[in-house]
Design a protein around this ligand. Structure first.
Ligand code: GRF
Length: 199
């Protein structure tokens, strides 16, 4: 059973969706540890309540390399084999990424490369797109930039607010994150340049 390390900064609903897929027998993996970089991250509390190892390593004021070394030590200690960023609001250093080559995933609430960075749902509304969505991709040193594993479109409705649009996208995020993890753990794919070719 592959050991996942889930990194969060806030609510942790994607972490919960992954935990639910595992509990339902839809994803063969185990969550070795949930790490949060903010003490107030609600997902850490949820993780503890659900009986997972939940660790807070506060990042405030720490140099990226220093922080990433602490993070790596924690993940290694728990034997983590695949790192899943789930609302983790920090860029990872090259040092970190080298330790987990093509073994770090991220979820982003837009159809990348559109609307990278913060407030992707607001960016989509302000741009006036009719379709947005979500993306699970491998992580490299750049923001929301690595090879794409899965994307799903989500329509933007007239009258949408950031909240209603975010909720519609989030339902899809919860579905595709487990699906992407299943693909990566199954190993039935290859990376050709920027393309992730399945099967
Ligand atoms: C999600 O929309 C995710 O795509 C983005 O941050 C949000 C995190 O939500 N990167 P949660 O903490 O998983 O509930």
């Amino acid at each position: 059973m592959k050991r996942l390390g889930i990194l969060i900064s806030g609510r942790g609903s994607n972490f919960e969706a992954i935990a639910d897929s595992i509990a339902a027998g839809e994803l063969e993996a185990s969550i070795a540890v949930v790490v949060g970089n903010r003490p107030e991250a609600r997902g850490l509390e949820t993780a503890r309540q659900r009986g997972f190892n939940a660790v807070c390593i506060p990042s405030k004021g720490l140099d990226r390399e220093v922080y990433d070394r602490m993070l790596l030590a924690e993940l290694r200690q728990h034997g983590v084999e695949l790192v899943c960023l789930a609302g983790f609001m920090r860029l990872l250093s090259a040092t970190f990424i080298r330790e987990y080559p093509n073994r770090i995933l991220n979820i982003h609430p837009s159809l990348l490369p559109a609307f990278p960075g913060l407030d992707a749902q607001r960016q989509a509304l302000e741009h006036g797109v009719k379709i947005t969505g979500c993306t699970v991709h491998f992580v490299d040193e750049y923001l929301d930039a690595g090879p794409i594993i899965i994307q799903t479109p989500v329509p933007v409705m007239d009258g949408d607010t950031v909240e209603t649009l975010s909720a519609r996208i989030l339902r899809e995020e919860h579905r595709i994150y487990s699906e992407a993890i299943r693909i990566v753990l199954g190993g039935d794919y290859r990376i050709e340049g920027r393309r992730v070719v399945l099967g």
